[in-house]
Design a protein around this ligand. Sequence first.
Ligand code: PLP
Ligand code: COI
Length: 365
Amino acid sequence: MSSSDLVMEFSFEEAQRLDVAAREAILEAPGFGKHFTDHMVSIEWTAERGWVDARVMPYGPLVMDPASSVFHYGQEVFEGLKAYRHDDGGIYTFRPEQNARRLNTSATRLALPHLPVPTFVESLKQLVRADSDWVPAGGENSLYFRPFMIADESFLGVRSAHKVRYMVIACPVGPYFEHGIKPLSIWLSTKYSRAGRGGTGEAKCGGNYAASLLPQQEAYDNGCAQVLFTDAATNTIDELGGMNIFFVRGENTLVTPTLNGNILHGITRDSIIQLARDRGMTVEERDVTIDEWRSGVDSGQITEVFACGTAAVITPIGQLKTPDFVIGAADTEPGEVSMSLRAELTGIQHGRVEDRHGWLVRLDA
Ligand code: PLP
Ligand code: COI
């Protein structure tokens, strides 16, 4: 099978499954990223043969050579998307081709190979078929897929690897933030940057998240759940450590930082822009400064702020804390626009609102 084939054939090795009662207990209160399903997907790539050996296999530890380049030079990219069980029992995912394309854009930046889009989508279908019992029913819980690609050539020379592995693992998830959709306090990182011109800011690569961990710890130390990064040169607002940001201005306008090369092209961000335009709202993608946020809240022009992403869905932001001042307040109520966009988006994803843009893809049929 070569990488030019549209959809690869997957071999299947049955796992020793977790017993039903233990699985049901996990599905009742899954948390986020703590419990993994019984199987995982693995596909290998070599420079000579392209993508080969696609498997669905028991979830478990990998045996890897300690010289594998991912351990030393961090050549890795990943994705995040969810599967939703609809009331009719069908299992659907949301805009998976967008994740597949973004994986490939990230892969280009990290000098990793492209995975054909149909193979990406098929890898999700294969995993769901093996582990369909792990997709939660009802409420807002879902199955979170974590596709990723790592360099696993044993070679310490600094160049792109000639041997790579693509994998998908999955975990049932509830809300990303333990307190649910209560407005967040976020922390402005003034000391550390996440991205700069020509860097890897818009790639979804592990290194960006590694670089965010120290400022994220600073956020926790200041009672905040997420860290906000600004452009290293211009100080305009980029995004949070793991989500994009939106401002509601005046009666009918959404403002979000433009895709400036530093920030992730969020699929939730793109979907919100579409849903807002469908409602007749004006959406401005442009530079936003901390000063605009501060004066907009003071004057009443900025009425709501929210974070968005696959994990976060839409989570209101109550306040921004900085070393010198605070904007907003922690005890605000979630805003009307944020919550109504959230209801529409989650309604589409869970099959309770009409999918008029054809965003859902069925995985189990
Ligand atoms: N920005 C960052 C840094 C992220 O990690 C994520 C999460 O994937 C997002 C934005 C939102 O992207 P998406 O809506 O595609 O999940
Ligand atoms: C996602 O939303 O899928 C992410 O990768 C972000 C991370 C905070 C879990």
